[in-house]
Design a protein around this ligand. Sequence first.
Ligand code: CA
Length: 357
Amino acid sequence: MKRRDFIKKAGVSGLAVGSVAAPMIARADTKLKWKMVTTWPKNFPVLGTGANLLAETITEMSNGRIDVKVYGAGELVPAFEVFDAVSRGTAELGHGAAYYWKGKIEEAQFFSTVPFGMNSQEMTAWLYHGGGMQLWEKTYEPFGVLPAAGGNTTVQMAGWFNKEINSINDLNGLKMRIPGLGGEVLKRAGGTPVNLPGGELFTSLKTGAIDATEWIGPYNDLAFGFYKAAKYYYYPGWHEPGTALETIINKKAFEALGKDLQSIVRNACKMVNQDMTSEFTAKNNAALETLVNKHNVDLRKLPDDVLAKLKVLSEDVVTELAGKNPAAKEIYNSYDKFRKQVMAWHDISEKIYYNVR
Ligand code: CA
């Protein structure tokens, strides 16, 4: 908005400031109380603590002009109502992941992760320097919600299994907790995907109610004690190669802020996006060592031919999602173009380097 229009629309002139008719505009002396609802339990490792860090950072950087209080899943609204709560302004901020809203906006899944898709570094690059964020903003615009990248899990693990996976046929009849597009791929391989909340996974695996589960990576998986309930820990997490988390902001609340506070909110989101990604990297490597050396976990790579077949099935699932509506197509085209370009670059940079170091 041009400054003059802004002044006109907001009614902020020398005289109007402080008048009863002037709309709520955050000034230097404004003290706003913001709520942040999350899809994670309060203080949940990295995900919940990352949301806490975002709240603290906004509060500190704004010198208390925006005082953010975090609510864990179920405290103010249930986990899967976070988007609606931010949309209607029950909370000004939310923290979760875009694929949770697929029932409402199917194409939102492209903004979290795609099986065999981009990794964390590539996702952040697409979002902030490759046109992804503009499409994400357009996707949430009708709901009055503004998105920001909110951390990234980095490449996840394929999961915990009680039987060996030697061929694609071993997935046939497998009952596995695996959400989203990855679950759809498993279904096409003959398996039965189930979606269970994190808190129920250990018991379901231990009692044999499910044959396998994926969760996140070594750090979060260690905390849940899956090594006590399953024999094999498979990699790589083909289904979630770099899941972007999200911070969502109520658009009206954001637009009512001055430029300084808007910049604080936006840049705090960017900082936390990077910080959470780094924390996952640091904690996963330490936890992997504990799992292997202390708990003697049987670490296995999924066979190449199994991965190759899962990739073919994934391409079908992702292409079908792209064909569901024009918006999905537009996002897919942007994602896929960037993916191809960045792969060509990373094939001769990151990938080669990983192989020679
Ligand atoms: Ca996962």
